[in-house]
Write a protein that binds this ligand. Structure first.
Ligand SMILES: NC(=O)C1=CN([C@@H]2O[C@H](COP(=O)(O)OP(=O)(O)OC[C@H]3O[C@@H](n4cnc5c(N)ncnc54)[C@H](O)[C@@H]3O)[C@@H](O)[C@H]2O)C=CC1
Ligand SMILES: O=C(O)C(=O)COP(=O)(O)O
Length: 587
């Protein structure tokens, strides 16, 4: 049995929302907390599999909360076998977390923690499809990677590795190892993110002219440290040194290929502490052989470790290190703590600040939206249960009535909750913020969102929310509104979710327990009859509202009940002669 019985996004009034974050380590840059809620129901201690060497402070922190299984160098098969017994997995760059891993976990794996930055070794689509959160440790190794980039840059320019090997071999080859100077040379940073900008700062200190190519980096951030952002073309054409700092993505894969090398300044020198895959290694070899690239310093390779006979590694103008960018004592300590905090937090159902495959909802937004989280899930649950069997749910509209401007209301969390409410009652999948959009798409449910713009004060985030299902029949005809859609509407009153409309009728019941919707001839005595059937069964009525469609003709009764009435009781309600239709809905 899984220690984590289920994940859900419910922030109901009885679910604790914790915003108490451990203070960042002094050595780590403070990050702006953007948060994701993934609440986990807790049973026994969860199990965390640490599949690669992780700093001791991280292991100790994990042990305060979980059973920790440190099993290094597992084969892919061994990892797949072990994973079905684990709630979380922590890896570095050496473990491929493939689709097979998620499939083999059979739903138990809830968090993958990447103890570092690059998440190209984790199949994010598979993680998302399996509702598994992926978190990384994005800041603690920045400086280490930047320092290693500078170490490689200077070592390459002065032939340190080759000269060292030569001296150790008993030689004294001073004229062979004349280097090139860095001062006054141009360095192009490819990927002006955390590592790239730290390399830029340091290179400026060495007297280099630094330019950068990064289609997504803000020019003012670059300008602030005296770096000009340029096009890829310009970077290739003008620079003496290139340093890679972009992530490996489909867009950056083999970004440096024959074509790119044909456009560089002859004799360019290249440093790569990003990922081997951003360079077409065969093309680099050709460029080195042709003297187009004078030297390369590589910390990362397409295949790690590279084969012994790898011609690039053995090339006399190449220096290589075994993916050491993050390998300083300080960085490994920081990374271990950063990832352990993230994984423990996610397992506890706290807020994940470094989620990679889920929208990150800022803390202040989350606090504000938390009452609507329960409301949206319950509206989704009610709406789908009103659909008559046989009509597939395909088109769902969620309308938010708010006086806020369109950019002032982040609805991703609420949409995910509607999806959860819609899909969970009719399937065995569980839905969370990670997989909601994927599951909806996979099941062919198109969820569109719209605004009902209200006048007035934008202080309250949402006044009311409607969930509408189009192109279906309803098992409770009165739930269809004039537009022919099943419609339920709710609002938050005193912090609690309330159902305020069904079809075109205004109702008012607190969304607790379950609901009986009943349309009857508007005549005295019906409420009493239904009440006594429920009373005989010991079913407590917690809320009731009656709305008349037409006086003396029809009325709809909405009854909130704490317990589920027996089939017999429901049958008896249906047999009351004035009752025209009724439906029991579980929340
Ligand atoms: N060798 C090692 O041990 C280490 C390697 N790394 C690698 O360095 C990479 C960068 O790390 P951070 O700076 O922390 O990440 P980051 O996310 O702060 O920066 C990456 C930058 O690359 C840019 N980028 C994305 N696509 C691009 C493209 N097509 N062309 C140019 N720029 C592009 C992004 O806009 C972003 O500014 C990581 O993804 C990881 O692969 C990071 C740490 C250690
Ligand atoms: O953080 C990264 O992206 C790195 O490449 C570091 O990799 P490592 O954790 O040292 O295997």
């Amino acid at each position: 049995m899984s220690a984590i019985s289920s994940w859900n996004l419910t922030i109901s009034p009885d679910t604790t929302l914790s915003f108490s974050w451990r203070p960042s380590l002094p050595s780590r840059p403070r990050k702006r907390k953007t948060l994701v809620v993934l609440a986990a129901g807790l049973g026994a201690k969860p199990t965390v599999l640490v599949a690669e060497k992780l700093g001791d402070p991280g292991i100790q922190l994990l042990k305060t909360f979980a059973n920790v299984d440190c099993s290094y160098n597992l084969s892919p098969e061994e990892l797949c076998t072990k994973i079905s017994l684990c709630d979380a997995l922590i890896v570095r760059s050496g473990t491929k977390v493939t689709r097979d891993v998620f499939e083999s976990s059979m739903g138990r794996l809830k968090v993958v923690g990447r103890a570092g930055v690059g998440i190209d070794n984790v199949d994010l689509s598979a993680a998302t499809e399996h509702g598994c959160l992926v978190v990384n440790a994005p800041t603690a190794n920045t400086i280490a990677a930047a320092e290693h980039g500078i170490a490689l840059l200077t070592a390459m320019a002065r032939n340190v590795s080759q000269a060292d090997a030569s001296v150790k071999a008993g030689k004294w080859e001073r004229s062979k190892y004349v280097g090139v100077s860095l001062v006054g040379k141009t360095l192009a940073i490819m990927g002006f993110g955390k590592v790239g900008s730290e390399v830029a700062r340091r290179a400026k200190g060495l007297g280099m002219d630094v330019i950068a190519h990064d289609p997504y980096a803000p020019a003012d951030r670059a300008r602030a440290i005296g770096v000009e952002l340029v096009t890829f073309e310009e970077a290739l054409r003008t620079t003496d040194f290139i340093s890679m700092h972009m992530p490996l993505t489909p867009a950056t894969s083999k970004m440096f290929n024959d074509e790119a090398f044909s456009r560089v300044k002859k004799g360019v020198r290249i440093v790569n502490v990003a990922r081997g895959g951003v360079i077409d290694e065969e093309a680099l070899l050709r460029a080195l052989d042709a003297g187009i690239v004078a030297q390369a310093a590589l910390d990362v390779f397409t295949e790690e470790p590279p084969l012994q006979e790898n011609k690039l590694v053995r090339h006399e103008n190449v220096i290589a290190t075994p993916h050491l960018g993050a390998s300083t004592t300080e960085a490994q300590e920081g990374v271990a703590l950063e990832i352990a905090e993230a994984v423990v937090g996610a397992l506890k159902g706290e807020l994940a600040a470094t989620a990679v495959n889920a929208p990150m909802v800022p803390a202040e937004v989350l606090l504000e939206l938390s009452p609507y989280v329960a409301l949206t899930e319950k509206l989704g649950r009610l709406a789908v249960q009103l659909v008559a069997g046989g009509s597939g749910v395909k088109f769902v509209k969620v309308a938010y009535a708010s006086a806020r401007g369109p950019d002032d209301l982040d609805t991703r969390l609420l949409r995910a909750m509607v999806t959860k409410g819609l899909i969970e009652p009719i399937s065995s999948v569980f839905v969370n913020l990670v997989n909601a959009d994927f599951i909806a798409k996979q099941r062919g449910v198109r969820i569109t969102e719209e605004r009902i713009v209200l006048d007035g004060s934008p202080e309250k985030a949402v006044e009311f929310i409607q969930v509408r299902i189009a192109n279906v029949e309803s098992k409770f005809a009165s739930a269809m509104c004039d537009s022919g859609e099943i419609t339920v509407e709710g609002r938050v009153k005193d912090g609690k979710p309330h159902l305020t409309r069904v079809g075109s009728m205004g109702v008012d019941v607190s969304l607790e327990g379950s609901i009986i919707l009943c349309r009857q001839v508007d005549q005295p005595g019906i409420i009493g009859k239904v009440g006594s059937i429920l009373g005989e069964e010991n079913v407590n009525v917690n809320f009731m509202s009656v709305s008349r469609i037409a006086a003396g003709k029809q009325a709809v009764m909405t009854i909130g009940v704490d317990e589920e009435p027996s089939r017999d009781a429901l049958k008896k309600i249906g047999e009351i002669s004035a009752v025209q239709e009724f439906v029991f809905l579980k929340l």
